[in-house]
Design a protein around this ligand. Structure first.
Ligand code: NDP
Ligand code: 8X3
Length: 248
């Protein structure tokens, strides 16, 4: 089956990696169904691509159920919706933020996967791409809730790899390092200055860099499963080792 006859669902397609992935998959010929909460932003991405934009809150079981029920056919699910809330040390952890991160990054992915798995299998050539993070492999001070949720996402992905053995469904985790999107603005509750400081002096990944990884994994032949891709900026050796150029 060529991408031209395939349908991809991308969650969190209203900004960042999800929006860039939608554009990259469109270039590869996929038909697209895009989901996110901000329908206005989603439509700005979807309209030029001739894609369908549908409201989706992955933390709301009813929203996920409606979204999944409205999809007749799907080959590729990109579980991209996610994010971090705060940078609190464990001693100061705000329980609600941890719960929100687990709802979004773990339960949201679980719900979407469960909701579309039967249709991915029925397609005869399905693929799940989960957007993890280097934070699913490493930890850093203040990252506890986010790193724990992305470690859980990695465990969920590897479990599915075993459970799907023998089924016509591939599964991939893409684990990016520092990338400049709306991620830090969301993490710091809209504090634009604090978000900008995260990327100051670093040549971070762009959303398009990550989207190319997604599109590449999605366009390998059906018998080729890319298990995981870890992609970081050259300026980042690990979550805690960053090279920053002096900024005037
Ligand atoms: P953005 O904040 O730019 O994008 C996040 C997307 O998720 C938005 O489209 C947002 O749309 C959507 N989203 C958030 N909450 C929900 C929800 N409850 N239901 C549906 N959609 C939701 O960040 P990124 O593009 O950077 O993040 C995308 C993924 O990449 C996340 O999983 C993140 O953890 C991961 N990641 C990011 C890295 C980075 O450095 N930027 C590095 C590694 C991984 P809306 O608000 O309209 O719902
Ligand atoms: C985002 C990367 O290092 O900010 O997943 O946690 S990091």
């Amino acid at each position: 089956m060529t991408p031209a006859s395939k349908t991809a669902v991308v969650t969190g397609a209203s900004s960042g990696f999800g929006a860039a992935a939608a554009r990259a998959l469109h270039r590869e010929g996929f038909r697209l169904i895009l989901g996110a909460r901000r329908l206005d932003r989603l439509r700005e991405v979807a309209t030029p691509l001739g894609a369908e934009a549908r409201q989706l809150d992955v933390t709301d079981p009813a929203s996920v159920a409606d979204f999944c029920a409205s999809i007749a056919h799907v080959n590729l699910l990109v579980n991209n919706a996610g994010g971090a809330f705060g940078l609190d040390r464990i001693e100061d952890a705000v329980e609600q933020r941890w719960e929100d991160m687990f709802e979004l990054n773990v339960m949201g992915v679980l719900r979407m996967t469960r909701g579309l798995l039967a249709k991915l299998i029925a397609s005869g050539d399905g693929h799940l791409i989960n957007i993890g993070s280097t934070a699913g492999r490493e930890t850093y001070a203040g990252g506890g809730g986010y790193t724990a949720s992305k470690h859980a996402l990695r465990a969920l992905t590897q479990t599915l790899r075993a459970e799907l053995l023998g089924q016509p469904v591939r599964i991939t985790e893409i684990a990016p390092g520092l990338a400049e999107t709306e991620f830090s603005r969301v993490r710091f509750g809209g504090d634009v200055e604090r978000a900008a400081a995260v990327y100051r002096g670093v040549e971070a990944l762009s959303a398009e860099d990550v989207a190319e990884c997604i599109a590449w994994a999605a366009t390998r032949p059906p018998h080729v499963n890319i298990d995981e891709i870890v992609v970081r900026p050259r300026d980042q050796a690990s979550s805690t080792q960053l090279y920053r150029r002096p900024v005037p």
